[in-house]
Design a protein around this ligand. Structure first.
Ligand SMILES: Nc1ncnc2c1ncn2[C@@H]1O[C@H](COP(=O)(O)OP(=O)(O)OP(=O)(O)O)[C@@H](O)[C@H]1O
Ligand SMILES: [Mg+2]
Length: 221
């Protein structure tokens, strides 16, 4: 995607929740919203405002890594430790029934902050795009020469073969309704790929619709 297209889509994405807020605010000021519906409408406005905040933060983050504006601090990072921390944080902040296993180990020279953001995005996806009662994530860390190969496999809804590459494009969401309901902007995988590239690595998806998704992250020295 060229910069012009990125700008056009970014503006469109920001305008959408702003229009919703304007719409509801008008309904309130014209007295169209009844007393009983007021609380619910205010909640809706707040939700859209939060959406804009998340979107702008993610956009700034994405532009930061793409344009090399972000400070990067390389250090020795133990991937198993980082992953366990991310899983613990996610479990503490969700009511979803999640089962995560982590096997293997490996360390790289990397930026712990950026890698944490990447892992958060990938694990969150495995939970959000998952309609199972128990959301299972199987994580494995392997070493291959100088590289660490991390795989994160979920038992979620899966991705069609034709869309496995498209999902890395900014703002690309397979089910806009499902993503919107969860406040998702379609930037997580684009950000994650950017972070993998900063680490001389790559990120790819292997998946089958209805059968879950396996994300493979290769991280270099
Ligand atoms: N593990 C997964 N299983 C099924 N579908 C997925 C998975 N991960 C991503 N997707 C699909 O790919 C799309 C893009 O994912 P991405 O993480 O980039 O954005 P998002 O989750 O929509 O929003 P954001 O991560 O910015 O909050 C998602 O909207 C979803 O349709
Ligand atoms: Mg996501």
């Amino acid at each position: 995607m060229d910069k012009r297209e990125f700008m056009r889509l970014s503006v469109h994405e920001i305008k959408t929740p702003i229009s919703v807020i304007h719409g509801f605010a008008d309904l309130i000021s014209y007295g169209i919203i009844s007393e009983g519906e007021l609380e619910q409408t205010v909640e809706r406005i707040k939700k859209e405002a939060l959406r804009i905040t998340k979107l702008v933060d993610e956009l700034a983050f994405y532009i930061g890594i793409k344009e090399k504006l972000t400070d990067i601090n390389f250090d020795t990072v133990d991937i198993a430790v980082l992953l366990s921390r991310v899983v613990r944080d996610i479990k503490e902040n969700t009511e979803e029934n999640i089962e995560v296993t982590v096997s293997g180990e490996g360390s790289i020279k990397g930026d712990a902050g950026l890698l944490t953001v990447m892992l958060l995005h990938i694990i969150e996806n495995g939970i959000i795009y998952n309609d199972r009662e128990i959301k299972r994530l199987i994580c494995n860390i392997d070493k291959k020469q100088e590289k660490v190969i991390l795989t994160i496999e979920d038992n979620g809804i899966g991705i069609d073969k034709e869309e496995r590459e498209a999902v890395f494009r900014c703002f690309y969401r397979i089910d806009k309704g499902l993503s919107r309901g969860n406040g998702c902007n379609g930037l997580g995988l684009a950000i994650s790929r950017g972070i993998a590239q900063i680490h001389n690595g790559a990120i790819n998806i292997d998946s089958k619709k209805g059968k879950g998704t396996k994300v493979t992250i290769e991280l270099g020295e």
